[in-house]
Structure formats: C-alpha cells, structure tokens
Write a protein that binds this ligand. Structure first.
Ligand code: FES
Length: 162
C-alpha cells in the first residue's frame, strides 16, 4: 500500500473533523427537538379572552348535567378558542360555566365531584369555589373566568356566551 501524500492526509483530517462536527451538530439538533417536545407537552395554556361566541347546549344530551350538582368538562371546538369549560348544574334551572384553565399556570381544572363546592387544580391543588370561581389560597392570582349563561327550561337549552 502506498504512503498517503501530505495533501491526502490533510483532506482526510479535514473530512474527519467535518464529519465529527456534523455529528455533534446533529446530536445537538436531536437534543433540541427532544427538549422542545418535552416543553410543548407541558405547555401552559393561556386563558382565552372573551370571544363573543355563543353555543346552545341541549343539557338532556349530557348525562352528567341531569341532576343538580352534576358537572362536566367540555370543549365546543372551535368556539372559545377551543378551550374547555366546566359546566355545573347549580339548581333545577341554573347553571354556572367557568373556564377550565387554571389562572395560575394554565393546567386544566378538575370537575367538581359528588356535589362538591370546589373545583380543584391537580397541579398545585388550588381550589376554586363553584359559586364564584374564586381561588381559596394565594396560588392562583385571579378567579376562573366565568361565562354568561341563559337557560330555557322548556327546551332544556343552555346558551353559553364566551
Ligand atoms: S397550575 Fe393550577 S394551581 Fe398551579
């Protein structure tokens, strides 16, 4: 086998350094992509401003709302910027509808169960009152956004204005 010329050695060294740099660059890109995907999985949902969207909900089609104290979390895509709300039947003819987005860091709030007067955020356990949406500790800075509702007991239609 022939001994490589100095020019061939330089070319090999150049290619070696270039390929190693490219490998490091690709690893860096892969790491960036992985970190980005982790961040987006844990992304904070910003509360949606009022949109003026109106939706009519036939409450007889939602079993959770058939009894007083029942509640459900639901999104009406694309209304309300596709963000979910919590609907609570507070009386035979009264309902409360709140944004399901926690005002602390944007985690989705749990639906109150068994007629509880609290909606609990699973992330830092802030509790929001069903009656007002007010947080009960200093964790969340503001109440949950509450939406205007109108219920027609004859048609069982609940109109929500976002
Ligand atoms: S994100 Fe809800 S209490 Fe922190």
């Amino acid at each position: 086998m022939d001994t490589p010329s100095p020019r061939q050695v330089n070319r090999r060294a150049f290619l070696d350094v270039s390929l190693r740099s490219a490998g490091i660059g690709l690893c860096g890109l892969a790491l960036t992509a992985i970190v980005s995907s982790c961040e987006s999985d844990d992304r904070i949902v910003a509360p949606s401003p009022s949109t003026g969207d109106k939706v009519d909900v036939d409450v007889t089609t939602i079993p959770e709302l058939n009894t007083v104290g029942g509640a459900v979390r639901k999104a009406f895509v694309p209304n309300n910027n596709s963000q979910p709300v919590i609907i609570i039947r507070t009386g035979e003819e009264t309902f409360a509808v709140f944004s399901a987005v926690c005002t602390h860091q944007g985690t989705l709030i749990n639906v109150p169960t068994n007629g509880s007067d609290r909606m609990i955020c699973p992330r830092h356990e802030e509790e929001f009152l069903v009656s007002t949406g007010e947080p009960q500790t200093d964790t969340a800075p503001t109440p949950l956004q509450r939406y205007t509702t109108a219920y027609n007991p004859t048609t069982h239609i609940l109109r929500i204005t976002f």
